[in-house]
Design a protein around this ligand. Sequence first.
Ligand SMILES: *[C@@H]1O[C@H](CO)[C@@H](O)[C@H](O)[C@H]1NC(C)=O
Ligand SMILES: *[C@@H]1O[C@H](CO)[C@@H](O)[C@H](O)[C@H]1NC(C)=O
Ligand SMILES: *[C@@H]1O[C@H](CO)[C@@H](O)[C@H](O)[C@H]1NC(C)=O
Ligand SMILES: *[C@@H]1O[C@H](CO)[C@@H](O)[C@H](O)[C@H]1NC(C)=O
Ligand SMILES: *[C@@H]1O[C@H](CO)[C@@H](O)[C@H](O)[C@H]1NC(C)=O
Ligand SMILES: *[C@@H]1O[C@H](CO)[C@@H](O)[C@H](O)[C@H]1NC(C)=O
Ligand SMILES: *[C@@H]1O[C@H](CO)[C@@H](O)[C@H](O)[C@H]1NC(C)=O
Ligand SMILES: *[C@@H]1O[C@H](CO)[C@@H](O)[C@H](O)[C@H]1NC(C)=O
Ligand SMILES: *[C@@H]1O[C@H](CO)[C@@H](O)[C@H](O)[C@H]1NC(C)=O
Ligand SMILES: CC(=O)N[C@H]1CO[C@H](CO)[C@@H](O)[C@@H]1O
Length: 623
Amino acid sequence: MRQALPLFFAGAALASFTGNINYFSPSLHHPELGVSIRKVVARTYATPPWDPKVLNFTHGVASGDPYEDSVILWTRITPTRDNDKSNITVSGHADLYSHEVDDYVKASKAPVCVDWKISSGQDLKTIADSGTAYTSSDVDFTVKVEAKKLKAFTTYYYQFSVCNSNNTSPVGRTKTIPAKDGKALAPIKLAIYSCSNYPFGFFNAYGNPVRKDSVDYVVHLGDYIYEYKNGDYGWGDAYGRVPEPDNEIHTLYDYRKRIAQYRTDLDLVASHQQFPWIPVWDDHEVADNTWKSGSSHLNNSEESFVEDGGVSVDQRKMNAVRAYFEWMPIRQVDMDDNLRIWRNFQFGDLFDLLMLDTRQYDRSITDLYWNTDYVHAISNDTGRSLMGPRQEQWFYRMLRDSSRRGTAWRVVGNQIVFSRMNESLALGDKNPLNYDSWDGYVANRNRTFANLYDHKINNTVFLAGDSHASWVSDLVWLDEHAYDPLTGAGSVGVEFAGTAVSSPSPVGQNISLSTANAGSSWLVGANRELQWQDLYYRGYFELSIGYDALNASFYGVPTTKTRNGYEISLANFTVKAGENKLHRSVGNGVVDSGALKGGKVAGTNLTHDTGSGKWFVFKEGTA
Ligand SMILES: *[C@@H]1O[C@H](CO)[C@@H](O)[C@H](O)[C@H]1NC(C)=O
Ligand SMILES: *[C@@H]1O[C@H](CO)[C@@H](O)[C@H](O)[C@H]1NC(C)=O
Ligand SMILES: *[C@@H]1O[C@H](CO)[C@@H](O)[C@H](O)[C@H]1NC(C)=O
Ligand SMILES: *[C@@H]1O[C@H](CO)[C@@H](O)[C@H](O)[C@H]1NC(C)=O
Ligand SMILES: *[C@@H]1O[C@H](CO)[C@@H](O)[C@H](O)[C@H]1NC(C)=O
Ligand SMILES: *[C@@H]1O[C@H](CO)[C@@H](O)[C@H](O)[C@H]1NC(C)=O
Ligand SMILES: *[C@@H]1O[C@H](CO)[C@@H](O)[C@H](O)[C@H]1NC(C)=O
Ligand SMILES: *[C@@H]1O[C@H](CO)[C@@H](O)[C@H](O)[C@H]1NC(C)=O
Ligand SMILES: *[C@@H]1O[C@H](CO)[C@@H](O)[C@H](O)[C@H]1NC(C)=O
Ligand SMILES: CC(=O)N[C@H]1CO[C@H](CO)[C@@H](O)[C@@H]1O
């Protein structure tokens, strides 16, 4: 019996280990990147070497990538608050630590067992699904499980607990999406975010929909973290938010530590706890202006490997990607395609949400600052792609299939601004376009337009982040179709590009409201399809999606200097089904800030320092 016991134990444990999706991250089929589960199981003790009471749920709970019958649940449970220094070469090789035999190391390497349950009741009494999973230092003590057997478009509550103990996580709330082929209970509401930069201030924008309880799901278009050293971009000292570690991040430990720090912002924690998230990355989850084989701080050449701390571009990207998948409550889309994050969600026959990766997966070379003239010169090349051929084909097919099925709307979760934008005001007349956005990949944009026009695809709404400003446009294939900015005739859809959670305005963090608004007026004047633009406010926007109409409400947060719930309603837009343009009069003819084509700016004149506006009381227990 004594002989048989460990074997039996190991067998039982193995099944629970595979319950933690993070052991397969980022790729099942690249063993050097994954974790050897057998070696982790070998470090399992029948009696854990720590008291369950000393284990901490350090970063709350999160959920994401909801389907009609399942959702991803996330937590972190650890005996050591710090992040794990395991890296690609040592992970899974417990024997490397054999010289470190003290109890602390043993404890920090011993896997932790958690039970989880999900229920449609807040009291967690009637269990819809439950399970047991292990985690360990190899995956930075993160836990990611898939809860199944769920009912469509239903609110659920979930909780993790340390096995055989009363040590429990906070209770999270989540929601499945409507059944693929069914009618949805409209309207469905989304909060759309991008560009949260910790040393530039508090993430108040994440907390406001929690305080209002105003949406069903959160969509994040990337730049969830920034890779910089303090002072290179952001002044953490001014806010008590110096980035950790205090260097530009390269290693797996660095990326884990940075995400872990961001996840201490109480408004971000609250958003993850209350809403299921559907995120994608932009460039800064890895590094500034990444493309398929480099970034602005890294030329893909041998010298730059040394300059970049001895880390090669691929290792750095793999470190970033691995930490991202460990920490974000999302599905691993395709284990054979290890950087693939692009994916789609069918919200009944109401809308399809297509989440693109225009950044890491297969992007052709971008503007790296020293090569702007070169990228300008090649920006019309047909061979250039933001997505790579595989993703492009998938994208066009998804749009066509969705339209053919009769789905009311196609919402495209994309990182960078899609519409052509003459920004010569800021960039100069020589290269007036931003070649790091779709303007550097004109053929890819034209192919997207051709697909929409050729297949008469209606009701397409592009979303974008990345720019730290708001841009609302009719979706127009300029120079190909006649377009009337007054009526919107000739438009094939709409673009809503949102501002940053906290990253500074592209015209400077301390810009005055009047200077910012003058810039917006210039931009709206120089770009025919651009209907509303704002450079001043940090914030987010909400979409309310119904069968007949889709509404977008833009909110500005007047200050990120302190944690607060102030916000200003900046502008409201309607898109009527079948119109394929912003409904006239655009913004009902009046916005609060920026510039509106042919409309008025009411101007409550709330600036960075006079934060007032609508005050939302913090709810007990949600932060
Ligand atoms: C959990 O708490 C209950 C009620 O206080 C107690 O009876 C039980 O022994 C505790 N279980 C563990 C494993 O500590
Ligand atoms: C990359 O190469 C270009 C052209 O040789 C050079 O101007 C630039 O400084 C290099 N950047 C880095 C980070 O090495
Ligand atoms: C790209 O094509 C447009 C016409 O579509 C043209 O106006 C522009 O000058 C071209 N850019 C370059 C760099 O050749
Ligand atoms: C994109 O489409 C416009 C309008 O038809 C055309 O003028 C331009 O040459 C096209 N550019 C590329 C790179 O396909
Ligand atoms: C899109 O709308 C146009 C104009 O109403 C219509 O002719 C076309 O058939 C619609 N496309 C599809 C795929 O239904
Ligand atoms: C902008 O304001 C911040 C916070 O008050 C300050 O620390 C920073 O130095 C200012 N930056 C510039 C460029 O003036
Ligand atoms: C950008 O706009 C300015 C001002 O309207 C104009 O002078 C310039 O020619 C425009 N550039 C392009 C490339 O459209
Ligand atoms: C959009 O806003 C209008 C005006 O406030 C409202 O009547 C309509 O119900 C809203 N539709 C959705 C889907 O939220
Ligand atoms: C947007 O709509 C909301 C709700 O109807 C309203 O309270 C708010 O004032 C509107 N904002 C603007 C800028 O018109
Ligand atoms: C490792 C760690 O941070 N442990 C802490 C977990 O929480 C308990 C109770 O707050 C602390 O006593 C531990 O130090």
